[in-house]
Write a protein that binds this ligand. Structure first.
Ligand SMILES: CC(C)(COP(=O)(O)OP(=O)(O)OC[C@H]1O[C@@H](n2cnc3c(N)ncnc32)[C@H](O)[C@@H]1OP(=O)(O)O)[C@@H](O)C(=O)NCCC(=O)NCCS
Length: 148
């Protein structure tokens, strides 16, 4: 197992964060490095990242969870998520492709009830449903919540 260090991001991490988020094709908006935590392997190699992202309705999203392909399957996403959960308020929301629902269930997230969603996530859920019904995206978009 590689020697892993998890830490708050610094400005010098921004390029690596941006590149990874673009490479894996997840939401590229709201990538303020000050909110990110990153994992480094063997002291220097950037291996993955994640953030807690605030929205204008007051809700908080666990977002931008990504690990470089060569570092996957070694518990790095778990490390990032557990660290973010230590300081995250509840309820905590996330959006993901339906394939990843099982992954986030491991951390206690459940599929959110549409009627109880804050404004931002209600809108995302509607847009996701529309894009799915128009076949713009093949996979269903899930909004998940962690209450405890
Ligand atoms: C999803 C992703 C973050 C997982 O990173 P990782 O470091 O390989 O994950 P971990 O090794 O920490 O795995 C943690 C657990 O989740 C499971 N898991 C990992 N990827 C999974 C997947 N795609 N689907 C279901 N379960 C998965 C692992 O088996 C492990 O389970 P265990 O602890 O019970 O053994 C990584 O594949 C990635 O960066 N994907 C592209 C970006 C992305 O889709 N991010 C999510 C945005 S919502």
């Amino acid at each position: 197992m590689a020697e892993l260090v998890i830490r708050q991001a610094v400005g010098a991490d921004f390029a690596a964060i941006k590149n990874l988020i673009h490479e894996v094709g997840i939401n590229p908006t709201g990538l303020d490095w000050r909110r990110f935590i990153v994992v480094e392997a063997f002291g220097r190699q950037f291996a993955g990242c994640g953030q807690l992202k605030p929205h204008s309705d007051g809700s908080i999203e666990m977002a931008s969870i990504a690990v470089l392909p060569s570092w996957r399957g070694q518990g790095i996403a778990r490390l990032i998520i557990q660290k973010l959960l230590e300081s995250a308020p509840r309820p905590l929301y996330l959006t993901c492709r339906s394939q990843l629902g099982v992954f986030y269930q491991k951390f206690g997230f459940c599929i959110a009830n549409d009627e109880q969603l804050p404004k931002y996530f209600r809108r995302i859920s509607r847009i996701g449903g529309l894009m799915n019904s128009l076949h713009v995206i093949n996979d269903k978009l899930l909004v998940m919540v962690l209450n405890q």
